[in-house]
Design a binder for this molecule. Structure first.
Ligand code: SF4
Length: 355
């Protein structure tokens, strides 16, 4: 990121405290890869063919406090978007539970369930495919608040103007269609649509990845402005550590469905513990290191259909040893507020420091 992104001080009234907005407890999500027609026939004939199961998210624990911005980072296919969808309430977990303000989401009914659904909104990567091209902006933004009684039909024009202005859009454009806007403006429409139902928590899934760098900075600054004005809580999902550095209070790193490291943002950038996090950091472009070659994470992320045994990262880890191939490392605290999932932390003299 070379464009300027304003620093993101948390508003005093919303500094992370003990007020838990979301608690993810032992959550897993599996997807079955169904047999095709030929496979089903072969299975009926007794061939040893079975449905394959992808463990997209594997026993994840995560707490997000009111007013906090948590960055969720990992390569494509690590399960971060699946976790984001479960946290936003649009995908049920296979195992475990997700608590919304202390209550299990699956146990909410009626008014409480509706409030939880409205208060957690998701903003997607590709604004064009997430907006109905046949609807005018006024209908895209106004449909949900009108349906849920957050405004009246008579009050809708003024309500729309407020939402559009808040997202940095000119309200006189509300009769236009999505294709008449630029990529950055379409993302603002997606943000206005989410804000129109008065959420408290936003899950932003690669929400700036499809935008030019200068537009990325504008949208990131908008997220931070909205955080200050509306006391919003964010789960900000990105493959790019450089993006989450600018706005996150805390960073969570995922690899092949598991959380491998979690720490305050400054700690991750100053004292990353897990070899995978260290590899991701080495790949972030830095002006002060402009004459150095980029250090890339070696190898490809393995298929989640057949993940490596023990530590999932061992085929790519420069420090792997025998134990890593057979035993799953536990996510352990290596310093206050800093957890890492690596067997190196059990070695004498390692002391939880980067290798
Ligand atoms: Fe590398 Fe082993 Fe640590 Fe996994 S547990 S990150 S393979 S050293």
């Amino acid at each position: 990121m070379s464009a300027t992104v304003a620093p993101s001080p948390a508003p005093a009234a919303s500094m992370p405290g003990s007020d838990k907005m979301i608690e993810v407890v032992g959550v897993s999500r599996r997807f079955a890869k169904r047999l095709d027609f030929a496979g089903k026939i072969l299975a009926k004939l007794g061939a040893p063919i079975r449905e394959e199961v992808v463990h997209a998210v594997d026993k994840v624990d995560l707490t997000i406090r009111r007013g906090e911005v948590v960055g969720l980072v990992g390569e494509s296919g690590c399960g971060k978007s699946t976790l984001g969808r479960m946290v936003a309430g649009i995908l049920p977990p296979s195992d475990g539970s997700i608590l919304w303000k202390g209550k299990d989401r699956t146990g909410l009914h009626g008014k409480e369930a509706r409030a939880a659904t409205l208060q957690a909104q998701m903003i997607f990567q590709d604004p064009m495919s997430s907006l109905n091209p046949r609807m005018k902006v006024a209908d895209i933004i106004g449909e949900a608040p009108l349906f849920h009684g957050l405004t009246t039909r008579a009050g809708l024009p003024a309500y729309l103007d407020e939402q559009m202005r808040r997202a940095g859009l000119d309200p006189t454009f509300k009769s236009r269609y999505p294709h008449q806007f630029s990529g950055g403006q379409r993302q603002r429409i997606g943000i206005a649509r989410a804000l129109a139902v008065q959420p408290e928590f936003l899950v932003c899934d690669e929400s700036v990845a499809a935008l030019d760098v200068s537009i990325q900075a504008q949208i990131l600054n908008l997220f931070m402005k909205l955080r200050r004005e509306l006391n919003l809580t964010y789960l900000f999902i990105s493959h790019d550590l450089g993006v989450v550095e600018h706005l996150s209070d805390r960073v969570v790193i995922m690899y092949l469905g598991r959380v491998v490291e979690e720490a305050p943002t400054e700690t991750v950038f100053a004292r990353a513990n897990h070899p995978y996090t260290q590899s991701l950091l080495a790949a972030v472009p830095r002006i002060e290191a402009r004459k150095k070659a980029f250090a890339v994470v070696r190898g490809e992320i393995p298929s989640p259909l057949n993940p490596p045994s023990g530590c999932h990262f061992h085929p790519r880890c420069p420090h792997a040893f025998d134990r890593c191939r057979v035993e799953i490392p536990a996510l352990k605290e290596v310093a206050p507020g800093h957890r890492s999932r690596c067997h190196l932390n059990d070695l004498p003299n390692h002391g939880g420091q980067p290798v």
